[in-house]
Design a protein around this ligand. Sequence first.
Ligand code: C2E
Ligand code: CA
Ligand code: CA
Length: 854
Amino acid sequence: MEKLKVDPKSSPEGKVSNLSTARAYLLACSLLLLAMFLLVGVLLVSIADHLNHDAGEHSRIDIENALLSVERVAGSTVKDYAFWGDAYVHLHQQVDVDWAFGRQNLGSTLFADLGFEGVFVVDPTGRTVYSVIDGQLQTVAVQDWLHIPIEPLLAQAREAAVNSQSVSRLVQADGAPAVLAAAALTPGTDPSVKADSGPASVLIFIAKLAPQRLAALGADFGVQGLRVAPPGGTAADVPSLRLRDNAGVVQWDSDDPGHQLLVLVVPLVTVAGLIFALMAWVIQRRSTAAARIMDSNYATLQASRAALLVSEARFRDVAEAASDWIWEVDSQLRFTYLSERFDVITGLKGANCLGLAADDLLASDQGLLSNWFKDHAHRPNAIVQCNYLSGDGEPRICRLSVREIPGQGYRGTASDITEEVQARRRIEYLSQHDALTGLANRSRMQEFLEGKLKAVPTLEQPLVMLSIDLDRFKPVNDLLGHAAGDDVLNQVSRRLQGCLRGDDLVARIGGDEFMLVVAGMSSPLEVEGLCRRLIDFIEQPFYITEHEVFISASIGIAMAPADATLAEELLRYADIALYEAKESGRNTWRFYAGDMNARIIERRQLEADLRHAIKNGELRLDFQPRYRIEGKRLAGAEALVRWEHPRRGLLGPDVFIPIAEETGLILPLSNWVLHAACQEAAGWPDDVMISVNLSSTEFQRGHLVARVKAVLVETGLNPARLELELTESVMLNDEKVALDTMQGLKALGVRLLMDDFGTGYSSLSYLRSFPFDGLKIDRSFVGGLTASGGDQSIIQAIVGLGRALSLTVTAEGVETLDQLKALKDVQCDEAQGFYLSVPVNAQAISALITGRTD
Ligand code: C2E
Ligand code: CA
Ligand code: CA
């Protein structure tokens, strides 16, 4: 995408507005126009002036020409008369007035017909010898009439006559211009007349240019109103001409073409100017308005350009900063734009992908993208998930948000959601599977079961639900560590799967609990066969590091539709059956039966009853005495709790202790036992010990040291007389806590005994690392003692160990004399059992103690 650069000169601040530009332009135009008009005006005036001037000049020339023509006519006329033999004879050689005037040769006709007001003949002496004025014979000297010296003229005339020419000039006569023509009298071409030697007389004709004649003369030459200027001078605006030979000044009416021009053109120019001005005004208004609009448009444009730049920059930043890439396709769904992020995210080359069809790059689960776009892209927030191969060839997933560009194609963003989808799938998987074994978990199993039940299993084709619980698994976990436990669980899950067909399901629903959903079993026998196989498989040894581990399993069976048709019921019944299987000695299976449920309900009822048992005083203690084998002296007694249930009668601890442990009632129960036992023992002689059993659950809960201490304080019992019996499981969960607690108890001064020794895995190692004072050999070993020996070697080893560790060794469950003898043989310290005494009540134990023999 091409980058737009911000040009500071084009910024709104840097730009002169259109309005002021337009105003400046208009002002300049107006000034130019004005100047033009002024120039035109000046030119017009100057042209008019020139015209006027030219017209004046023309008129002057015309007037002069007119006067010249008059002169010429007069000159030629005078020549005609002067170069005539008769006239030479009658007016030069002698002056014959009669011939001249009388006979009208040079008489009044010259005035009347030719317009000469004065006719004169001047003889060589300069005397006027003949004169006719206004057609009348008069005796007037020419110079007197004209008031000018005449001699130069006479000389010129005589001279010109040599060339047969006359002379003419303008003169003033009676205050008016007049044309004077003079010619020397000569015989002319008349051979009969002989010219005199000496100067000739000169004939002079004078024609006055009277006003009418002058006006007519002007008119003949196109000059109107030609007249003699008034004596006071002429007005400046009236054209005038000073005549040659000082003949005066004439003036005439100017036709004033300049004025005419001005009169004609000025209004036109004015009108044109006005029109221009008006137009200029209108244009100015319009262009000002336009400029204003342009200005505002420009400002808007600049603002929107700036906004565009900002938005462009923002888009670019967002496009580059976003984790999404931005795309555009044309109406053929070919890529026309891919943002820079495309390359980064997809690992593909955006430049190579331009022009590529969207379907070639992206694949949607919803079918071809081209079809999907047609159907869905017009909706707001259209989103489609697509798969594609990254530059590395890895399958990736992206989410396209699509927006239609009407008539052009589509655009939108693409977010890579590969990790999100994978995480979601992982979460989905985890929510459906057990993280450790990868088996289905409870919720997946329930879904599966519900699905299977919807297919409506029949009695002939039942659906079998197996609930499996591992036996003896907990010690593996506890003794070999969680990693080993996990290993066993994984192997178990593989073994279970190995027993099933593909469409059956194995689920792990708890620590060591599994559920199997099996279809296609036709008879209970077949189910039993499966259960046997499952248990056999699980009983195969597991090899965990260097250990060989043996566990087993109990199985509860429920079937649909025989037992139930609802998933929840089926699961519950399988659990009840499992409980029954465990109750009946483990390593076995049980089919669900209707009365099982009743037993479970009974157990729940017992739980409820136990809550009231303590405060209702339904508990009591029996005491089983323990004897020194050597000398058979009563050494102490073990407190054993009993529950006198109001309806069920006397219940043993094996029935309700597990319930108390499960429900947390063990703490109040144990407190009661401790208190009651110590109180009883406080009344016994100092050398009789009292033993109290502790549950491993209360051992972990803490406060045990404080509780024991409180009981000792309350009852006043010497701590050295109290023995606490712990089983190995106390130490299994958290050795550190166990050790701390045991040391705390030891600090109180009480003794610690290990109960049921030999039944666990590591009894021996525990004996070494924990502060025990004695151990009680489990009665299963004692039961194996016979007259012939039996388990004697084991008991002998245990006794030897106890002695080595300075522990008091007690044998439990001594039921026969032989057993007692055998124990005596291996030098076991103490014995307890029905053979010596069954557990008895407080009163009876007191009697036994009192009646003991030393
Ligand atoms: P235990 O600690 O091993 O207690 C001895 C059990 O063996 C007693 O059963 C006793 O009646 C029985 N017994 C004694 N001599 C013989 C014999 O010669 N042969 C046979 N077969 N059994 C004999 P009881 O009283 O039913 O107690 C069962 C278990 O309940 C005890 O086993 C003990 O672990 C637990 N228990 C009893 N009282 C309490 C108590 O107050 N608190 C706790 N936490 N557990 C108790
Ligand atoms: Ca015991
Ligand atoms: Ca025991």
